[in-house]
Ligand binder design. Structure first.
Ligand code: HEC
Ligand code: HEC
Ligand code: HEC
Ligand code: HEC
Ligand code: HEC
Ligand code: HEC
Ligand code: HEC
Ligand code: HEC
Length: 483
């Protein structure tokens, strides 16, 4: 099949804009030069650790760092005034090597990673941890689960050592003692820090599997997963450069679509750059990506007016930023599309995207928006307590958007028909009609008509239920039996 290319002018405009977004400043591959590493104390670390932790020392010996002469002290060295500095064998070191520490040499990766949604993974859930992790589970769960994926807020004890309630941890949005966010060893296993290893889907699946982000399961069930498994040895994962369509063609991995280079599209450590939708929210929104002068980024709903360059905006952390650039949802979609057209036709790719967007619109308008409106009505009238997860319907609603709702939308976006329907939207429909509505009516009591049925009538996509009360009776889920 001849490659179908985007028009040259379109490609140029797009490429330039993405390029500017992805590289706020021109950066060399490694910022320092070799005269600035190879710390003289490094040899002693290696020789003693070859005895005390020989596996660790060997992993470092097998790394690109050892080959280039970057030693233990080049990464672990610390200033005495650092919160987590410890005195160790005559040197001042820190156990945590933060993204900021790596960024001394890898500036481009550090800047892209700090501005990404990955870096915000702890901040965005911090306020929700009490309800879910503490009340439903217990504090032991936060350290062993949520924080392992989202990251912990690392606490340092008085002597500079790390509080075991918060570390070990390599969560994607960990808050480090130096204030930087995330951990580079989330994806680059230490002490090899290999890029080949990070290109594999396995680098992502520790976190992107299970109910809320079942991307491992979806990828494996898709045709891409199938051809990847069949042709893994042709993927050229060890290559110095890894450009889709040039260095490999057999199949895309997670990284190809979300981070990798393709044609003239550069690779990026900002995994959200090419995504249009927020797929893990009660109602999905198309999103602008706002980039500030200081490098910070923010997602903004696509139905609001795009802020102009130079505008000042309040940010989630309370600071004010000056807008440098805005990527529209259309532009983000074009970036993703540039990956696809290395291996597919343009018409094929657009057709696929249309099918995907239609599933998100369907989820939003038929289930997401009405369910949200019904919950809001129940809270407003005091028919539910403000405490999260103390009533059955709060679990039903959470799972509706967070589990099957996310699964259906992810399934449609990444080509698994099974996850789009049976594991996704089918369960959304079943649970909406057979659990959520009966529970909402039970909670609403005498207000059921205004709080529940009025929403359904106004929605217009539930007319096949000619009598709104009917469903619960047919399916044998009368409200009083729902626990
Ligand atoms: C004489 C042997 C020796 C030398 C030299 C040495 N280490 Fe260690 N190091 C150890 C041992 C043993 C442990 C484990 C200590 C423990 O578990 O309490 C350790 C622990 C560590 C830890 C983990 C600390 C923690 O929070 O658990 C780091 C990081 C570390 N060493 C880095 C270094 C670096 C960097 C150097 C070079 C400046 C170095 N080591 C030199 C023996 C040594
Ligand atoms: C490229 C930077 C880099 C180099 C080089 C490096 N480390 Fe590390 N090391 C890290 C990172 C990152 C961590 C993970 C700490 C964290 O962020 O939680 C770590 C963790 C550790 C730990 C504690 C975690 C564990 O698994 O026990 C020890 C001990 C350690 N390093 C020792 C060494 C020694 C000894 C060397 C040299 C042979 C070395 N490191 C070289 C980056 C580096
Ligand atoms: C196996 C890894 C993993 C664990 C464990 C985990 N999460 Fe998540 N969580 C994720 C991933 C990945 C996403 C992002 C899904 C996406 O955007 O596609 C996410 C998304 C979320 C969101 C939605 C964020 C948004 O976009 O609004 C919330 C809230 C959340 N997690 C809270 C928690 C809490 C609280 C816990 C512990 C009780 C927890 N998570 C445990 C991986 C995990
Ligand atoms: C979400 C997973 C992930 C995280 C987190 C991550 N990386 Fe990477 N990194 C990758 C992947 C995948 C590649 C290979 C990209 C490619 O070749 O297209 C890579 C490549 C690299 C490279 C090689 C670049 C080149 O052009 O040769 C460096 C250096 C690097 N990462 C540093 C970092 C640093 C520093 C951090 C933390 C600030 C970090 N990475 C965090 C996944 C990650
Ligand atoms: C003192 C400078 C320095 C520091 C600090 C540093 N690196 Fe590197 N890194 C290098 C050099 C030099 C190379 C080799 C570059 C090359 O071969 O082109 C490299 C290569 C890499 C690669 C590519 C490996 C491959 O498979 O080709 C990754 C990934 C990487 N570093 C990640 C990290 C991470 C993560 C940290 C922090 C934990 C870190 N580096 C800290 C200098 C550094
Ligand atoms: C240590 C856990 C962890 C690893 C490893 C990880 N992620 Fe994530 N990822 C998360 C969490 C948590 C979120 C949700 C963050 C948020 O919403 O702020 C997320 C969000 C995302 C998103 C959603 C971005 C958006 O637009 O909302 C994408 C895409 C993504 N990750 C891709 C990847 C890829 C590709 C890899 C592997 C190269 C990877 N992740 C590795 C935890 C992880
Ligand atoms: C063939 C390309 C492709 C592959 C392979 C792929 N994805 Fe995706 N992914 C997409 C597209 C397209 C979307 C929807 C983007 C949008 O919102 O426009 C998406 C969405 C996501 C999201 C949800 C982002 C959000 O907006 O909430 C996450 C998380 C994610 N992918 C992670 C992964 C992981 C992890 C893997 C590997 C196991 C993977 N993806 C494999 C193309 C791909
Ligand atoms: C590195 C090459 C490569 C990239 C990049 C790639 N694909 Fe694919 N894709 C394939 C291969 C190979 C197949 C299996 C071919 C077949 O249908 O037999 C496939 C199959 C598919 C299928 C299933 C087709 C069918 O007939 O069942 C869809 C849909 C798809 N890709 C969409 C996309 C989208 C959308 C993107 C970009 C987000 C993308 N692909 C990126 C190589 C790629």
């Amino acid at each position: 099949m001849p490659p179908v290319l985007l028009s040259a002018s379109f490609r140029r405009v797009l490429f330039l804009s993405i390029f500017v977004l992805a590289f706020p400043a021109a950066a060399e591959k490694v910022k320092l030069d070799a005269s600035q590493w190879g710390h003289e104390a490094g040899d002693a670390c290696v020789s003693c650790h070859t005895k005390s932790s020989s596996g660790l020392a060997q992993q470092w010996r097998d790394s690109a760092h050892a080959a280039a002469g970057v030693n233990c002290m080049d990464c672990h060295r610390a200033e005495r005034e650092d919160a987590d500095a410890i005195e160790h064998e005559g040197q001042v070191i820190a156990t945590i090597v933060s993204p900021k520490d790596c960024g001394r040499c890898h500036t481009k990766e550090f800047e892209e990673q700090q501005g990404s949604v990955h870096a915000e993974a702890y901040s965005i859930i911090e306020d929700r941890l009490p309800a879910l992790a503490q009340n439903v589970g217990g504090s032991a769960m936060q350290a062993a689960s949520c924080d392992q994926c989202h990251g912990s807020r690392v606490k340092v004890r008085g002597d500079g050592t790390l509080d075991p309630a918060t570390w070990p941890n390599s969560g994607i949005g960990r808050i480090n003692p130096d204030g930087s966010k995330g951990s580079c060893s989330s994806c680059h296993g230490r002490h090899r820090f290999s890029k080949a290893q990070a290109r594999e889907p396995e680098a992502c699946v520790r976190c992107h599997s299970g109910p809320d982000s079942p991307d491992k399961e979806i990828f494996e069930a898709s045709k891409h997963g199938m051809v990847y498994a069949a042709h893994r040895e042709e993927m050229n994962l060890d290559a110095a450069e890894w450009v889709a369509g040039r260095d490999y063609t057999a199949a895309p991995t997670c990284v190809s679509c979300h981070m990798g280079a393709a044609g003239k599209l550069p690779s990026t450590h900002d995994v959200g750059l090419r995504n249009v939708w927020s797929l893990n929210t009660p109602v999905s929104k198309r999103q602008f990506l706002v980039i500030f002068e200081d490098g910070a980024k923010m997602e903004l709903p696509g139905d609001e007016a795009a802020p102009r360059r130079g505008t000042e905006m309040a940010r989630a952390d309370g600071t004010v930023g000056v807008v440098k650039a805005v990527a529209t949802p259309e532009r983000r979609r074009q970036a993703m599309t540039l990956v696809c057209v290395e291996c597919h036709g343009k018409g094929f790719t657009e057709g696929f995207m249309r099918q995907f967007d239609a599933v998100v619109e369907l989820y939003n308008t038929k289930f997401g928006e009405p369910a949200r409106a019904i919950m809001a009505g129940l809270y407003e009238r005091g028919l539910l307590t403000p405490t999260a997860f103390d009533e059955p319907i709060e679990f039903t609603y959470w799972e509706l958007w967070h589990d099957e709702g996310a699964r259906g939308r992810h399934g449609a976006s990444m080509m698994s028909p099974n996850h789009a329907w049976w594991e996704g939207m089918y369960l959304v429909g079943r649970n909406f009609y057979a659990r959520f509505l009966p529970e909402a009516r039970a909670a609403a009591g005498g207000h059921a008509d205004e709080v529940v049925d009025a929403v359904l009538r106004a929605n217009g996509q539930h007319e096949w239920l000619d009598q709104p009360g009917q469903m619960s009776a047919i399916l044998g889920f009368p409200p009083q039996e729902v626990e």
